[in-house]
Design a protein around this ligand. Structure first.
Ligand code: GMT
Length: 388
């Protein structure tokens, strides 16, 4: 199958999922074309069957905002036409579902029919998508997609309750690639971070307000009063300067390391005792799944789809959003009970295996087939129109 994947190329979860999915599809023999404004962060090496089409936006004095949607649409039209794509899979509704709809209309006017699948990732619905300034366009574009998937049951429900959606939404969970995410021995790294046997807590995110990193820091401060510990904060984003200031004000700076954006996140997770993710909203929590695959129990809020990933009292603990006391108590419960921590480590791994890519990938392939089968008669049309 020839598949076009549109996503954000940044370190955000939706771009990571889209890229890993594309690479896995390519490894199975599909031809995958990534179409975005920059090389996706996880597209690091040459791979057979993988193509990258960069969308260039022209600056022009009239534009305060360069119209990326327009240039992306034109690029989609070209790539679908000349690479003879069978389907477009767009990740994150804004603006990708809308752009795909427009490209599809333009192509249809030339007699080329291509199905569009939109995968909803979270904030495209729960944060900005349901804002009045976006909602009508987002709802329309989702309804116009030929197939729609959501990364958790919670997100599926939220989408139907927050927007006027009359499409069936299929839940296909995010996945983990165990060939990359599994616990490895990084004792030298642990010694460098925690030379006196301190416990290591890790948080990774894109440092936006919705991640509530101040709760991570407040939780850590309570833990630190009871046991020697270190906190590793991985990632970068708008909240980082505020969080650095908070650490300085709380006198925590020598116990907290801001590591910035990291590619080899599995090496950091390899030395972690706990992963902490207290988000206000979280449709799935891919970062938590990555931690669990590396045998790290998860201390999280009960927001969104997190309870579908982190099982309370089994793989970690869930607290109400903003309940720092509870987050700290749960952290200490595990960190002060080595046997319990070990059991939770094993449980986290067992739960992560439910999301193994080898199990989730066929679900996407089956869904593609289902949507494509509705297009079978028109799909021939393109091959007739465009000579090989
Ligand atoms: O919030 C992020 O970390 C980025 C955001 C994105 O779309 O890039 O992540 C969303 O998609 C991820 C992949 O499906 C999910 O694991 C995250 O839970 C989701 N984030 C939120 O819902 C806040």
């Amino acid at each position: 199958m020839r598949i076009g994947i549109v996503c954000y190329p940044t370190y955000g979860g939706s771009g990571v999922v889209a890229t890993e999915l594309g690479l896995a599809l390519a490894a199975k023999g599909h031809q995958v074309h990534f179409i975005t404004y920059k090389r996706p962060a996880r597209l690091t090496h040459f791979r057979d069957n993988v193509f990258f089409h960069e969308v260039n936006t022209e600056e022009y004095p009239l534009f305060d905002y360069t119209p990326y949607d327009t240039t992306l649409t034109s690029k989609l039209v070209d790539v679908v036409k000349y690479e003879k794509l069978d389907l477009l899979h767009v990740h994150y509704a804004i603006p990708h579902a809308t752009v795909a709809y427009l490209a599809k209309q333009i192509l249809a006017s030339e007699g080329i029919h291509i199905p569009v699948i939109t995968t909803l990732h979270g904030t495209d619905i729960t944060l900005i998508g349901s804002d009045r300034s976006f909602a009508p366009v987002v709802a329309f574009s989702i309804n116009q997609s030929d197939g729609v998937t959501a990364v958790s049951e919670h997100l599926r429900q939220q989408t139907c309750s927050q927007l006027k959606i009359h499409k069936d939404i299929e839940v296909i969970y995010n996945f983990i690639d165990f060939s990359r995410f599994s616990r490895t021995n990084k004792e030298h790294f642990r010694m460098a971070i925690a030379p006196h046997g301190e416990k290591i807590l890790v948080h990774t995110s894109n440092f936006r307000k919705v991640k509530r990193i101040e709760d991570v820091i407040q939780t850590f401060a309570i833990v630190l009063k009871e046991i020697p510990a270190k906190l590793l904060l991985v990632g970068d984003g708008p909240e980082r300067p505020n969080m650095e200031r908070l650490c300085r004000e709380m006198g925590l700076f020598e116990h907290v390391r801001f590591l910035g954006k990291q590619d080899a996140i599995e090496e950091i997770l390899a030395v972690a005792d706990l992963f902490i993710i207290p988000s206000a909203k979280e449709s799935f929590g891919l970062a938590a799944l990555e931690a669990m695959a590396c045998e790290v129990p998860v201390i999280s809020s009960n927001a969104g789809g997190l309870p579908e990933v982190n099982i309370n009292g089994v793989t970690g603990f869930l607290s109400e959003i903003g309940d720092v006391k509870s987050l700290a108590q749960n952290s200490l419960l595990l960190l002060q009970n080595p046997e319990m921590l070990q059991t939770f480590r094993q449980n986290a791994l067992t739960q992560a295996k439910r999301f193994d890519i080898s199990y989730i990938l066929p679900k996407y392939e089956a869904y593609y087939e289902k949507i494509l089968s509705k297009f079978a008669p028109v799909a021939k049309t393109q091959k007739e129109i465009i000579p090989t």
